[in-house]
Design a protein around this ligand. Structure first.
Ligand SMILES: [Zn+2]
Length: 226
């Protein structure tokens, strides 16, 4: 449904950066799910994308507020500097997911999973709870805590966020997988009434539009072309 909205590629400039966290996925594995295989962050000084070696390190960086800007030399032990060439360039050779700041690192004994749907339409967030079951919403977490009250203090509800990273549309448009899913969607839509389409367009132009795909790009990482 997301893709029914018009896509306008905005010229890139510093004012467009609302986020600087990227997750990259590789769709070459032809399974039903697309796996995430790289975590990257954009330096606010040199505007280059840097690989973050582990998911755990990425989660710590992502947990910081947006004002707490990340830069290459921030971790002196990592041996990074703004002088080094970018680790990765933003382009459509891989699928990019743009993440948000302020998502708390998952509490201990839990794991946060980002699962990209096979049709590349969206990402689903799950927490693997201490009993091995997956929570898909705050309601699921509440249910778990009710059944396992001993975790109540360890796993506050506020430490769970189901906010999913946004798939950068221009990095999936060339994918055969995405095209197939879109063609399928178009077929379904043509059977729906025009009223339904108007209603959908309206809901998409609300809040969600403020975080449109192009808001997230690290300027130097894209050529800014259509
Ligand atoms: Zn830098």
């Amino acid at each position: 449904m997301k893709y029914s909205k018009q896509y306008h590629h905005q010229p890139l400039g510093p004012q467009r950066i609302l986020g600087n966290l990227g997750i990259m996925a590789d769709e070459r594995n032809q399974g039903p799910k697309v796996s995430i295989d790289m975590y990257v962050v954009c330096c606010y000084k040199c505007l280059k994308w840097r690989k973050i070696p582990t998911k755990q390190q990425f989660e710590v960086i992502r947990g910081r507020p947006e004002e707490d800007k990340w830069f290459c030399g921030r971790d002196p032990n990592a041996g990074r500097s703004c002088e080094q060439p970018a680790d990765v360039i933003y382009d459509s050779s891989q699928i990019w997911l743009m993440d948000r700041h302020g998502i708390p690192p998952p509490p201990s004994k839990t794991e946060r999973l980002e699962i990209i749907r096979g049709d590349l339409s969206k990402t689903d967030i799950y927490y693997v709870m201490p009993n091995g079951k997956r929570a898909r919403s705050h309601g699921d977490v509440e249910r778990f805590l009710k059944e396992n009250p001993r975790y109540m203090d360890m796993l506050p509800l506020s430490s769970f966020s189901f906010t999913a990273p946004k798939i950068a549309r221009e990095t999936v448009e060339g994918s055969s997988r995405w095209r197939a899913a879109k063609a399928d969607l178009r077929g379904k839509r043509s059977k729906q009434s025009s009223l339904g389409r108007v209603a959908r367009a309206k809901s998409e132009s609300s809040e969600d539009m403020d975080m449109s795909d192009s808001d997230y790009y690290c300027p130097s990482s894209s050529d800014g072309s259509e």
